[in-house]
Structure formats: C-alpha cells, structure tokens
Design a protein around this ligand. Sequence first.
Ligand SMILES: Cc1cc2nc3c(=O)[nH]c(=O)nc-3n(C[C@H](O)[C@H](O)[C@H](O)COP(=O)(O)OP(=O)(O)OC[C@H]3O[C@@H](n4cnc5c(N)ncnc54)[C@H](O)[C@@H]3O)c2cc1C
Length: 388
Amino acid sequence: MNEAVRDARAGGTVSDPPGAVAEDGLEVAESLRPTDAAALADQVGDAAAAGRALLVHGAGTRFETGNPALRADVRLDTRGLSGIDELDADEGVVRAWAGTPLAELREKAVASGHELPFDPPGEGTLGGTLASAAAGLRFANVRDAVLGLDVVLGSGEATRSGGRVVKNVTGYDLAKLHVGAFGSLGVITAAWIRLRPAPEAVRVFEGPAPDARASLAAARLATARAAAIHDGRLIVELAGDAPSVEADRERLPVREETAAERVDALRDVQGGRAVLRVRVTGVASGLPAAAACLEGAGGVTLSLPAQGLLYAAFDDSDPKALGAALEAAGRAAGLAGGELRIERAPLAVRRAHDVFGDPGPLRGIHRALKQRFDPAGILNPGRFAGRL
Ligand SMILES: Cc1cc2nc3c(=O)[nH]c(=O)nc-3n(C[C@H](O)[C@H](O)[C@H](O)COP(=O)(O)OP(=O)(O)OC[C@H]3O[C@@H](n4cnc5c(N)ncnc54)[C@H](O)[C@@H]3O)c2cc1C
C-alpha cells in the first residue's frame, strides 16, 4: 500500500482491493483513498451524480460517534491527503492536509516552539478531529483554532473559507460550520490552524475533590489548562510562565504534585472503548448531582467543571443494564440543566436513540443546510443529528 500512496500534491487515487467492509451494520462495497484534493472532489462529484453514498473516514478512531448510516456504497478514506503544506513559526500558524495524523502535526508544532491545540492522541487525523470538534481536557474549543478550511461539498464543489490570518472571513464564517458537522455537510481537505505558544512551565496537582464552587474556582484560574474530577479527586494542570503557575499553585485547593501523564490517562475515559459512553453538558453547579446519578447506574465519570462537561463510561453490555444507564443519563442531563449525547454505544442503541439528541425547532434549518451543502444526500447519510 505505502508505495502506492504518493504525496498529496502529486495527484491520483488509490482504490483499496475489493472486499466489503462492515460499517454501522452495512456492507460497504468499495473503499477509495484519494491522494489529492482535486481527485477527492472528482470522486465526490461522481458519487453525487450516481447517487452513491459516501462514508467519510479519517483514522476511524471516533467513527463510533454518530447515528448508524442509512446507506453506504463507498468508504472515502481521507488519509491519502496527508502532510504539512506550510508552518510559519513566527506567526504560529500551520496549513496541513486533512488526513495528516495529529502525531505528525504535534511533532512539527513542538519542534517550532508551539503546541497543537487539540487533545486526542496521535493517530486521529486533522480532518476527523475538526469534523468531530474533538474537545478534550486541555483544549475544549476546537473551533477557536481554525483559521480557514478547504472543503469539498456534497456536490463535488471545492470551497475555501478563511485562510492563514485571523478575521479573514467575508460574510458567514462557513469554516466554523463544518467543525462539529461530522462530515455531513462537506469533506474537509485542508486546514489553517492557529498554534499556541508552548508554555514555559507545566505542573499538575491533585487531591480529594472539594465542593463544586471550589472546584470551579480552581478550574478557572488563569493558568489552569485542564481541571477534572475523577474518582472523587480533583486534578488540575497549570500551564504558563513559571511565576504565574507558582502564584496559581498557591490558590489551588489541592496540593499533591503529580506527573503530566496523570492528565493524559484521564483521556481514556473520554476516548476509550467502553460499551457505552455518554456526554452530558450543563452548569458546573449541577455536575456533582449529575455525576452521582451516573455513578449510581454503574458509570465511571469524568467531570470538567470549567467546560460544563461530564463524561460517563459504562462497561456492562447487558441490555437491561444499558437501558438503566441510558435512563440515568437522561436524568443526569436534567440535573445538570443541559443536554445528553451518546458518544459510543452498541448499534441497537444507536438505532433506537438519536445519539445527538433531538434538534427540535432547528430541524428545518438543519435540513435546509444539508440540502444546500449536500443536495444528493450522499455524505454520511443519516449519521448526523436528526438522522441527516
Ligand atoms: C485514548 C483516546 C483518547 C481520545 N481523546 C479524545 C478527546 O479527548 N476528545 C475527543 O473528542 N476525541 C478523543 N478521542 C477520539 C478520537 O481520537 C478523536 O476524536 C480523533 O480526533 C478523531 O479523528 P479520526 O481521524 O480518527 O476521525 P474518524 O473517526 O475517522 O471520523 C470522525 C468523524 O469525522 C468525520 N470525518 C473524518 N474525516 C473527515 C474529513 N476530512 N472531512 C469531514 N468529515 C470527516 C467522519 O465521517 C466521522 O463522522 C480519543 C481517542 C482515543 C483512542
């Protein structure tokens, strides 16, 4: 395979050997792996003309988040579009192709004295991270890092919104629309990303979790880059210039210093292979009661007070236990005053429940956007909110 994959700018497509792959309970007859944006646009255009449904893939580490596809003819693998096009260390910006693994981007960013403002581990791709708005412990707002996107719409039309400099968008900021759209409105082919300066000091402290107010205050300290409650303990990562980190250390309600890996290990609750994983959004003051509700149903929770996010992982695949966990998740969302998303679940659960929740009064606008961006309805059909 490797020798067949040429540099994205050199042009071409690699068609994986025949043999169906199973996706969302469907057999997908063909896989395509274009190695440049023009070839990808042609393939999407051809698929639209033929009415063939495409399942858009990065590295597939997050493909489980989504409603089951209603139909699927081709798996469109974007990893052939890989590589960094430009990294400007002075400006702290990088342009890369969508199939580039985060590990490669992270390595180049660090080598230039910056950090990549995305949490997921290495194998995930840039495109998959943006399309799923992959929020993490350290970097909650993926959209903030996006300066510009190249996207191929469902019609095969290639579009560009934004670019290398901040505030370079005339009219609607369409790039932000594709972040978190899970590939339902277009296929991201490349992105301009704003990097962050690497912090001078990074220190992690933990201890028994204080009350919600004290935990939130800790999570909102100026240098608090990550703050999580897990297993009854508050873990806070401070990052920034050394004097500021030291000043914030004094203000922390937890004192035990620990290694940075302690924060990385918490990612497994967010991205691990649990049978069922749910995400509840809400106000910080409501998260403790919501967490207790989920733990009461057997969930392992991870609460992020500053982001108003609560994750719970369940490992019992018994249908009764799954039903009880989902019921508890609904109650937890009510207690937190927010919404529930099913991040990972068996196919039967995803068939029975819209994993994103009901779009409610926005359903009509969502449908109209889908109709405009993907008129033939070929991009990940049925996988997004409202089964669009
Ligand atoms: C240990 C671990 C920790 C993790 N931590 C986190 C975390 O903190 N936060 C988090 O959110 N995720 C996390 N993940 C999940 C996952 O790694 C990331 O979400 C990753 O960034 C997804 O990238 P991917 O290329 O694998 O996407 P895929 O799984 O291939 O795709 C994800 C979605 O994006 C769509 N998509 C993919 N590429 C494109 C494209 N080019 N254009 C348009 N749509 C596209 C797909 O159709 C799909 O809907 C974690 C995973 C692991 C294993």
